[in-house]
Design a protein around this ligand. Structure first.
Ligand SMILES: C[S@@+](CC[C@H](N)C(=O)[O-])C[C@H]1O[C@@H](n2cnc3c(N)ncnc32)[C@H](O)[C@@H]1O
Length: 294
């Protein structure tokens, strides 16, 4: 960041105001205060960081300064920066996000990678993303495989709206079918892979999460019941009839849940090949259940 420039008695420059925002965030204990101050101002001005730095000696209009102030207040209240910006990058794609829908996490990219690996040999993969949220997984899959058809399912109206929006932004609306559904209930045909990042935080742990998550992200996107596995267990029990022969499930969860979920998978899919895959941080995060061809 360029150095603070504030000539005495002049209107405040952007450099000065960005610095001031950073100091306020820092005083509130926000970790990446300098970076987040830049993001607040780029969002308020509708420009990128290079343009922000190039404009450091300019003075923002009252309206622009007012927008930045409102964003700063929201961040000081611990609202996640992705909600302020309205976007988060996932699998190299900008994904629109907003209050009411979970912000996609980097570890979920492992679900995308493993799903793509499983259908490498399929000419026309048919896929399901259960609990689609923003549609991050569904959109990443459809973009990566132009011949794929993806069913994106969720119980949340806001999630379904955002998924449809993201599918349109990335030009894959025609191949993503967005459906209101309790787990797989509304899935109209069997699929090669069911991919899911369902809620898996234990009810007890939710209040202990950082305020950005516990106060702002939707509880129905986080709460996996007493041991975090309530929805994952139900999905495993219900998925059998929704898979094509040799089909698979790719399920994100907490590394502490992998052993219990593997046991359930073996019971629900006798003879299936069950294995855990590590996320980018090296933790066993994704369970793959590959059924046998009969
Ligand atoms: C952890 S979020 C994941 C969102 C998105 N897939 C992602 O990775 O960013 C879980 C999603 O599951 C949805 N969900 C919760 N219960 C569900 C159910 N019974 N059937 C379908 N979706 C459900 C929530 O609304 C939420 O959007």
């Amino acid at each position: 960041m360029a150095e603070e420039v504030q000539p005495h008695a002049a209107l405040p420059t952007l450099a000065y105001l960005v610095q001031k925002t950073a100091r306020r965030l820092e005083a509130a204990g926000i970790g990446d205060a300098r970076l987040e101050a830049d993001l607040i101002w780029t969002t308020a001005l509708g420009i990128d960081r290079a343009a922000l730095y190039a404009a450091f000696r300019d003075t923002p209009s009252e309206e622009e300064a007012g927008r930045a102030e409102a964003l700063c207040e929201r961040r000081l209240n611990r609202e996640p920066v992705a909600y302020l910006m309205g976007t988060r990058e996932f699998y190299g794609l900008p994904i629109a996000v907003g209050p009411g829908v979970l912000i996609p996490r980097p570890e979920t990219e492992t679900v995308v990678e493993e799903t793509l690996r499983l259908v490498e040999g399929e000419a026309s993969p048919v896929l399901a993303d259960v609990g689609c949220g923003s549609g991050a997984i569904a959109v990443a899959l459809a973009v990566a495989r132009p011949e794929a058809v993806v069913y994106a399912l969720d119980v949340s109206q806001r999630a379904l709206e955002l998924t449809a929006h993201n599918a349109a932004t990335h030009g894959v609306s025609e191949r993503i079918h967005v459906l209101e559904s309790d787990l797989l209930a509304a899935l109209p045909r069997p699929v090669h892979v069911v991919a899911a990042n369902l809620p898996y935080v234990t009810s007890e742990e939710i209040p202990l999460l950082e305020p950005e998550v516990s106060r702002y992200e939707p509880r129905e996107a986080l709460d996996g019941g007493a041991d975090g596995l309530a929805l994952i267990r139900r999905l495993l029990a219900e998925a059998g009839g929704h898979l094509l022969p040799g089909g698979a499930l790719v399920l994100e969860m907490d590394p502490r849940q992998i052993a219990a979920a593997s046991d359930t998978a073996v019971t629900c899919f006798p003879g299936a090949h069950v294995r855990a895959v590590r996320d980018l941080a090296g933790r066993e995060r994704v369970l793959i259940v590959r059924t046998v061809h009969r």
